[in-house]
Write a protein that binds this ligand. Structure first.
Ligand code: SF4
Length: 390
């Protein structure tokens, strides 16, 4: 693992910019016969892919560095951007390194994308991951267990490596380490956001899409050790905000930098939420599939694409504001993102009732002009600092 903070961030940046997935190609080439399985946001049980000896690869579209030529032909103009750029990546051969693709049931757009994949790439493994929206162990739990069993058997066939319980327990432990490092990063970032700025944290998160989890954990731990040693990082007069809406299509890095420059210090966010979907360790002892099911039913993150059995759609956001001593909320969702934008009015109403300031804007992964967002976020941050009651 890299020695200096600069090296670490440069590596994370290069992984973020690498649309050709060269890191994945290198991983496969290091041991002939290795396979990689891509997955769309938000959550898939990466432990199962890992236990089969394959590399899980998060696919989040093409960002702001990809010209869409053919992808637009597959979707209407009033659809978010991530499916069209993902199709573009695939049609241009950049995803050929992936031996299979998983499409979690987040929204209709991803469902349609999985169907297109089957038609476009009939020879590749494709699976639509139907995550449960019922959290009763006897109903949603049984359903999810069957889904996990199906994937475990599929991955064993794809990799040629049977997945036994010991393999799966070992992979659960690896991902527990990764989730613990991410929890530590988020906790430390909330304490001292000037030491762990969002523009860096975001790059570190993105590295988790392509690095093996063991290496990603090392990278996170190294960053946690090294960032506080940089004496140029000083506390700044910025507003502490929670960012909401970015769980699927990712914002361009420039937008994240713009928010910082506008005076917003992120103390919590839902970027790449799938990496942190399970909010606690998964039990390692006992039946590993049951443990994965139990973790999904009892410790899934709350977000717009997940059903809330208690009907309280905003509690997680109010909790985050309180836990992180945030002064406001910035809703930044992708344009045309049904799950994020349908929930937003309920979240806004709850914030209004609680007297928590908020602002909102929309982005696309290729948004290139940030002036308007900077003005809006800057005014929001200034208004918090000038007029919020301490
Ligand atoms: S950005 Fe929103 S609407 Fe688009 S695929 Fe993702 S969850 Fe679905």
């Amino acid at each position: 693992m890299t020695a200096t903070l600069t090296d670490l961030l440069q590596l994370a940046r290069s992984l973020h910019d690498d649309l050709d997935l060269t890191q994945v190609s290198k991983w496969k080439a290091a041991k002939p016969g290795r396979k990689a399985v891509g997955h769309m946001p938000i959550y898939v049980p990466r432990e199962l892919i890992h236990a089969a000896g394959m590399l899980p690869v998060g696919v989040v579209g093409g960002g702001d560095r990809l010209e869409i030529i053919r992808g637009d032909a597959y979707f209407q103009s009033y659809i978010c951007r991530i499916p069209r750029s993902t199709i573009e990546l695939a049609l241009s051969g950049r995803l050929d390194v992936l031996d299979g693709m998983l499409f979690p049931s987040i929204c209709d757009v991803i469902r349609n994308l999985s169907g297109m994949w089957r038609m476009l790439f009939p020879d590749r493994y494709v699976h639509y991951v139907d995550v449960p929206q019922n959290f009763d162990p006897a109903v949603g739990g049984q359903f999810w267990r069957r889904e996990l069993e199906t994937m475990r058997d599929d991955f064993a066939r794809l990799s040629g490596h049977p997945v036994d319980d010991e393999d799966l327990r070992a992979s659960i432990a690896v991902y527990n380490d990764n989730r613990a490092a991410l929890r530590d990063l988020y906790r430390e970032r909330s304490r001292r956001p000037w030491v762990f700025p969002l523009s860096e944290v975001y790059l570190l998160l993105r590295a988790g899409n392509v690095l093996p989890p063991e290496e990603h954990t090392q990278m996170l731990r190294a960053y946690l050790r090294q960032a506080p040693l940089d004496s140029s990082r000083r506390e700044q007069d910025q507003s502490r905000v929670v960012l909401v809406g970015m769980f699927c299509e990712q914002p361009p890095h420039g937008l994240v930098v713009t928010l910082e420059r506008a005076g917003c210090s992120a103390v919590d966010d839902d970027l790449l939420l799938g990496l942190r979907w399970l909010t606690r360790d998964v039990a390692v002892d006992g039946d590993p599939l049951s443990n994965l099911v139990d973790a999904y039913l009892t410790a899934s993150a709350s977000t717009a694409s997940r059903y809330s059995p208690d009907g309280d759609r905003a509690r997680w956001l109010l909790d985050s504001v309180k836990r992180n001593s945030a002064e406001g909320v910035v809703f930044c969702a992708p344009s045309f993102c049904d799950p994020a934008l349908l929930d937003q009015p309920m979240l806004v109403a709850a914030l209004d009732r609680a007297g928590i300031p908020h602002t909102e804007f929309k982005y696309a992964e290729d948004t290139g002009q940030f002036a308007v967002i900077r003005e809006q976020a800057g005014t929001f941050s200034d208004s918090i600092r000038l007029w919020s009651t301490p």
